[in-house]
Design a protein around this ligand. Sequence first.
Ligand code: SF4
Length: 156
Amino acid sequence: MNYQQYYPVDVVNGPGTRVTLFVSGCEHRCRGCYNALTWKADSGLPFDAEMEDRVIADLSDARIRRRGLSLSGGDPLYPPNLAAVKRLLARVRAECPGKDVWCWTGYTLDQLTPAQCEVVALVDVLIDGKYDETQADASLVWRGSRNQLIHRLNGG
Ligand code: SF4
């Protein structure tokens, strides 16, 4: 998996102070996409073991307390991304107790494959659905268009 951006301290993408990872790779091609540069899976930089360690270290950093991890893109549930995202989230669960995971995806909850569901099982809050510019609403919080839903899972 590649990633486009990593913000070690972020107060915009989700509640509280967070770390945020924008992954590369998306097949949805929504009209009006805010980040079409992320569509190509080979764009950006490799999300390697060093980056994985960095996310875990930042989440665990007591000097700036982070509430959790936000995953966006691109699409974290783009099938070629699933193995890397699952590995990262398994580490967050094991090594960063008490941190929440928010994930934005263009798939809807009822479209998910079993492999995508395995990743979502490690997510607390899933914001789902493609961006639909005919339903765009700037007053929405954490989502861009009214068709997108915020699912609180696992007590998130
Ligand atoms: S799902 Fe997100 S990144 Fe993918 S095309 Fe739609 S708005 Fe863009």
